[in-house]
Design a protein around this ligand. Structure first.
Ligand code: 5RP
Length: 233
């Protein structure tokens, strides 16, 4: 049985492998979460040793750690030319589709992944699942106005149960001022179809489904980090 420290080592292993894809002159999208923290710390060491990159952060926490690590950030919101976005995930299915948003940063994470030429996903081995859903609820970012009605529409469309995310006894608020509904449902048979269906519901800002976006998957498994290129990448 692996401990949480074993899993953290796997995350670090995957993150260190991901840094090998970062080269001088690149603009890099930096994800959010514990795996991304390992990435940022390792990239910071390389930057201090002379690596020349700029980064686009996907959350305030990521921006703060990147600044602290000496990684220059692109502060402007002009159209970015991101070479590579690198991020963690909550679940990865055999087609490399993802559930993300456990940390609540899914909106910026998806915008940055969509703006990048390549999207590298780094995970520990427990994130690999035969099908999305089931053990991990799907985060959905919605506007606070009418969230209860939005939740009802989501439940009708999915057959699941949408629960308003709380943190420390308060409603969790995203950096964009929205709230998150965590959708508990059995395995998602057709994630692409569900994403299309959810995107038609007024009030939904973004879902944590990342369909067909992964270019490279890196999995830490304790012994090494396995790198697999997605078909067509
Ligand atoms: C944050 C995310 C994270 O990438 C996801 O929750 C994985 O986090 P961790 O690397 O801590 O396991 O989507 O919104």
């Amino acid at each position: 049985m692996k401990t949480s420290s074993d899993l953290d080592s796997e995350k670090r292993q995957a993150a260190l492998k991901a840094t090998e894809f970062v080269h001088d002159g690149m603009i890099v999208g930096l994800g959010t979460g514990t795996t991304s923290k390992h990435l940022i710390i390792a990239l910071g060491e390389r930057v201090r040793a002379g690596l020349k990159i700029h980064a686009v952060p996907t959350s305030h926490d990521t921006a703060a750690l990147a600044r602290h690590s000496g990684i220059p950030l692109i502060e402007s919101d002009n159209a970015w030319m991101i070479d590579l976005a690198i991020d963690g995930a909550d679940q990865v299915d055999p087609a490399f589709n993802l559930v993300k948003g456990g940390g609540g940063a899914l909106l910026k994470e998806k915008i940055v992944a969509a703006a990048a030429k390549q999207f590298i996903v780094m995970v520990d081995h427990t994130k690999l699942v035969p099908a999305l859903g089931g053990s991990f609820p799907l985060p959905i970012e919605v506007v606070p106005f009418g969230w209860g009605s939005t939740a009802r529409h989501i439940e009708t469309a999915s057959g699941g149960k949408a629960v308003l995310r709380q943190r420390d006894g308060n409603v969790f608020q995203t950096e964009a001022g929205h709230v998150i509904l965590d959708l508990h449902m059995p395995n998602i048979d057709d994630p692409a179809a569900l994403e299309i269906e959810l995107n038609q519901i007024p009030g939904i800002v973004e879902t944590g489904l990342f369909i067909g976006r992964t270019s490279i998957l890196i999995v830490g498994n304790g012994r090494r980090a396995d790198v697999t290129h997605a078909r067509g990448s």
